[in-house]
Design a protein around this ligand. Structure first.
Ligand code: BG6
Length: 512
């Protein structure tokens, strides 16, 4: 719906007064894959935190579906333990008592018609007894190969079909396919059962407070946007570095790798938000439209050997502790060619960004856990100082610190106190902890609440997913044809090839 312009109206707030908390209406959430890691570490704790913050209605229900011989109370205990271990807000007996009254469990296989009939009757009972109002969100926290059977079952049991005055939504987690073709197939499978407005694809980076702040920073201020283009920006570096290895996720990670796991979704989304033009409003349609224009304008370098890099972490030390190499991890074949580090150079062929490289990198077992977007500016065209006085002056940069030390840093040159005109880099910092007393909600809290409210701006639509695969597929094919990736030291900053890649352009990676 196009928004009308009102002088003084802040486009980041779409309705009259957003100071009132947004509270979900009566509904239930059904989680498939409830015994999985994501469900325990993120989904159940986020649901509890939402309840604890008063953002879920009393008539809320949580239903688990899995192949376990559990009764409702066994599942409730699982949720309780997950909440105790991972919730961010303090445990409150009253909140828990209220939430746990609406917890149900349905045991069964995805192919079991009787289990889906039981699910339908359970949801019907909840509508009657708890007042969930026929509003149901189905969270598919399961490998994509099961999407087809589960959505078919939901259709067959009448659960996907929304009745008058109520909603049915489906939530899917990445990976959204393995390449463009499989992503299209998945989108078709979902689209056969749910209308596109009822499909919510989770990219948890979009739920992060700092990522949303990128929009506030760019579009609620006057001082950044005039510089946000190829006249002033030299290049952009988007980094998601992790210090952990793959842990026990060999089954998921092998054959997927860093580019599919992180670049296809999180980093291309961050790039789209960084590069996009101002949307006409912050409704889902306008934001997605602007992101899609960026993705459509992305160009790959001709020489993929020179302008991409990949690697696998080697055995070594991290933080004084010996760590295994990727090929030695449990359940990873000794000849796996899956990359645990990926860096790529992209350009956005439009008037705003012509000639400005966007360097995207991600890796496991790197020196530290840090995600950031660094907009690096061109050097001043002329420096009226002696060359020796500006030796310690590099480029101005604006860095959005996505995590863990959330905030924004501006790097610029300043005179060193003293009798000489010596100019050196200094930084000006905004830290969330210093400026706000409110804690940032966890990404999953924000995103689950948005699903329940039916607000879609933070969820990529299938066009974006497919465009991202279109960008990545040629790189992945190229890497596959090159065989084994080079190794890199655990605890460092990735393979030497990644440094060479930037050095060829006369640049270097930031060491955040
Ligand atoms: C997930 C990836 O999407 O993001 C994981 O699948 C990665 O491999 C995780 O560890 C990191 O998320 P965050 O929020 O800790 O940066």
């Amino acid at each position: 719906m196009p928004s009308t312009y009102t002088p003084g109206h802040n486009p980041l707030r779409s309705s009259a007064d957003k100071r009132l908390p947004r509270i979900a209406g009566p509904c239930s959430v059904v989680i498939f894959g409830v015994t999985g890691d994501l469900s325990k570490r993120k989904l159940m704790p986020a649901i509890y935190d939402l309840a604890n913050r008063g953002l879920l209605p009393p008539s809320f229900a949580l239903v688990g579906f899995a192949r376990r011989d559990w009764e409702d109370q066994d599942f409730a205990k699982e949720v309780h333990d997950a909440v105790r271990e991972h919730a961010r807000t303090k445990f409150d007996e009253d909140v828990w008592a209220q939430l746990s009254k609406g917890i149900r469990f349905v045991a069964g296989e995805f192919t079991d018609d009787a289990a889906f009939a039981k699910l339908a009757s359970t949801l019907h009972e909840l509508d009657e007894q708890r007042g969930t109002g026929g509003n149901h969100a189905f969270y598919l926290s399961i490998p994509p190969r099961f999407f087809s059977v589960v959505t078919e079952q939901l259709k067959r049991s009448g659960l996907s079909h929304s009745v008058e005055g109520a909603w049915r939504r489906v939530v899917v987690e990445k990976p959204f396919g393995h390449d463009l073709e499989s992503a299209r197939e998945l989108n078709e499978i979902l689209g056969q059962v749910f209308p596109s407005g009822s499909i919510f694809r989770i990219d948890h980076y979009l739920g992060k407070e700092t990522v949303q702040n990128l929009l506030a920073l760019r579009f609620s201020n006057t001082m950044f946007e005039p510089l946000w283009n190829c006249n002033y920006v030299d290049h952009v570096q988007i980094t998601m570095a992790e210090d952990i290895g793959i842990g026990s996720r060999a089954g998921y990670y092998d054959g997927i790798g860093a580019a599919r796991d992180v670049i296809q979704n999180h980093l291309l989304q961050l790039m789209a938000l960084t590069a996009m033009d101002e949307p006409t409003s912050f409704d889902a349609r306008s934001v997605r439209l602007e992101k899609e224009k960026v993705l459509a304008a992305v160009e790959l370098p001709a020489d993929l050997d020179a302008h991409t890099a990949r690697g696998q972490y080697l055995p070594g030390w991290q933080g004084g502790i010996p760590v295994k190499g990727f090929l030695q991890e449990d359940n990873i074949p000794a000849d796996s060619i899956t990359e645990t580090y990926a860096a790529i150079k992209l350009e956005v062929a439009n008037r705003r960004w012509a000639g400005v490289p966007f360097y995207l990198r991600t890796g496991k077992r790197l020196a530290r856990r840090v995600s950031e977007i660094a907009v690096v500016f061109k050097r001043a065209p002329h420096l009226p100082f002696q060359a020796t006085d500006t030796q310690e002056l590099t480029s101005n940069a604006l860095v959005i610190r996505v995590q863990p030390d959330e905030g924004v840093t501006i790097k610029f040159g300043s005179k060193v106190p003293g009798t000489q005109m010596e100019v050196r880099d200094v930084t000006m910092d905004f830290a969330y902890g210093d400026s706000f007393t409110e804690n940032s909600p966890e990404a999953y809290e924000r995103l689950i609440l948005d699903v329940l409210l039916g607000e879609a701006p933070l969820f990529p639509r299938h066009e974006e997913v497919e465009m991202s695969w279109e960008i990545l597929d040629p790189i992945l094919d190229h890497w596959a044809s090159r065989g084994q990736p080079p190794g890199y030291d655990s605890g460092g900053w990735g393979p030497i090839q990644a440094d060479d890649m930037l050095a060829r352009d006369g640049r270097s990676w930031r060491r955040p």
